[in-house]
Design a protein around this ligand. Structure first.
Ligand code: AMP
Ligand code: ZN
Length: 469
């Protein structure tokens, strides 16, 4: 039995207990990047929210089938390829590769499907034909448009006011504002210098909104569980996806819609067009730790704006080091026998609070708050009477569960790797040197480790070490 989770559904505007349509199998569609540039950390905040969503569902016992599209044909990719004089495929391939690298760097789990829009043109054409058969389209100057007046529930996701809409007024751009709600383009007549496909709709190319409806329904079915994006996707993109899909099938398209709030910088949305953005590469080049970036971007619940600052990034780095040092200390401090200072109740309290936070519309702040309380208790116990072997194992299991969802524990900490064996050999040599009263050698080893940023602490249980901040 999968565990219960509650989501604030953008469509119903209510917090609901989630129930997949098909038992414990969750089918979800997460709008992917437009591959015309490197993703900025605002985009990545949204992709990380989706990663935490996926990981939480899995940790709660659901099977997840996730689709993330790659928008490789739209106004922006066409413009970018033309500016460089290369083919659309060559241009977008570069950013598809970069995107996957970013996901790996940030430990984002892979989705089951990454469809590229240009690989689904026949499905898109078929969807428009279905809409035409049902009377939802019209053709103007070789382009096919969706007639929103024919779909009475248009606006149900975004709550736009249809009264101001002039019937027959059209918009061709992929992106436009709420004030500009009009019949939108499904299939655009070919223009000079633009990629185009021959189809029964005439020579042309798909509009952006059509792409997601066609790929989602092809890979997940006509009705599925969760669809996500950031708040700027609500209108027009997701509103149009609902209209196209439901008008074609007569069925509910998606049950639960989840939208992440924006990453902002000095009060403004981080956006390519505003020039106020950092890519992941920018931050890595400045020496920032990918895990700290991940921590920062998931630390604020997705329905709240996240204000990006370097102070926030430094605080996230401190949190990562605190996790690393505590777990290392826990692993390397000899266990005590008897009662020990840490009771099972403290771990149970952490586990239930962590899961309760996530079950409450993915409240990551609550989960991380519980984590820090536990870290304090572990350190207090290690400073005091110590921890028993059984408790240590319970703690390590609890941390592994936490990390399955959050993905923030430095990899060396779960299992000793890298330079750790070497550090420990030096510490053992130092202990032996001290026992043999070879203090000069012992001090030299301490100095050598200090130069590498390793701090030693001699405790009643032996020598423990941690990396210096
Ligand atoms: P794009 O590559 O422009 O299609 O954007 C990819 C995803 O990032 C979309 O779901 C956008 O809504 C989302 N997004 C864009 N800007 C931000 C931001 N500042 N904060 C969070 N998400 C964003
Ligand atoms: Zn989409």
């Amino acid at each position: 039995m999968a565990r219960q989770i509650r989501f604030l559904n953008t469509l119903s505007r209510r917090t609901e207990t989630f129930e997949p349509l098909d038992d414990a199998h969750v089918r979800m569609y997460t709008c992917g990047p437009t591959v015309y540039n490197f993703a900025h950390i605002g985009n990545l905040r949204t992709f990380l929210f989706e990663d935490v969503l996926r990981r939480t569902l899995q940790a709660f016992g659901y099977r997840v089938t996730q689709v993330m599209n790659l928008t490789d044909i739209d106004d922006k990719t066409i413009k970018g390829a033309a500016a460089e004089g290369v083919s659309l495929r060559e241009f977008t391939d570069r950013y598809v590769q970069a995107f996957f690298e970013d996901l790996r760097t940030l430990r984002v789990q892979r989705a089951e499907h990454y469809p590229r829009a240009t690989d689904f043109i026949p499905e898109m054409v078929a969807l428009v034909q279905r809409l035409t058969e049902r009377g939802y389209t019209y053709v103007q100057d070789g382009s096919t448009y969706f007639r929103i007046a024919a779909f009475p529930s248009y606006g149900k996701l975004s709550g736009i006011d249809l009264n101001q809409v002039r019937p027959g007024a059209r918009v061709d751009a992929d992106e436009y504002e709420k004030e500009d709600v009009r019949d939108f383009v499904l299939w655009k007549a070919s223009k000079d210098g633009e990629p185009a496909w021959d189809s029964r709709l005439g020579r042309g190319r798909p509009g952006w909104h059509l792409e997601c409806s066609a790929m989602a329904m092809t890979l997940l079915g006509e009705s599925f569980d969760i669809h996500t994006g950031a708040v700027d996707n609500i209108f027009p993109h997701h509103e149009n996806e609902i209209a196209q899909s439901e008008a074609a099938t007569g069925k509910a398209f998606v049950h639960t819609w989840l939208h992440a709030e924006h990453l902002i910088v000095e009060g403004q949305k981080m956006a390519k067009s505003l020039g106020n953005f950092f890519t992941l590469r920018d931050l890595l080049a400045q020496g920032h730790n990918p895990l700290a970036i991940r921590y920062l971007l998931i630390s604020v619940p997705y329905r709240q704006k996240l204000n990006f600052t370097f102070d926030g990034l430094h605080a996230a780095q401190a949190a990562i080091e605190r996790i690393e040092n505590t777990l290392r200390r826990l692993a390397h401090t000899p266990a005590v026998t008897g009662a020990g200072a840490l009771a099972a109740a403290a771990i149970e309290e952490f586990e239930s609070e962590f899961d309760a936070g996530l079950a409450d519309d993915l409240n990551t702040a609550r989960g991380l708050g519980a984590l820090h309380v536990l870290l304090t208790r572990i350190n207090q116990a290690l400073d005091g009477e110590g921890i028993t072997g059984a408790m240590r194992e319970r703690l390590q299991a609890a941390m592994a569960h936490m990390d399955d969802v959050m993905g923030i524990v430095p990899s060396g900490t779960r299992v000793a790797t890298g330079d750790e064996a070497e550090i420990e050999a030096l510490i053992a040599e130092r202990v032996a040197a001290r026992a043999a009263r070879a203090f000069a050698r012992a001090d030299a080893i301490r100095g050598e480790l200090a130069a590498r940023g390793i701090v030693l602490e001699d405790t009643p249980h032996g020598t423990v070490w941690r990396r210096q901040r």
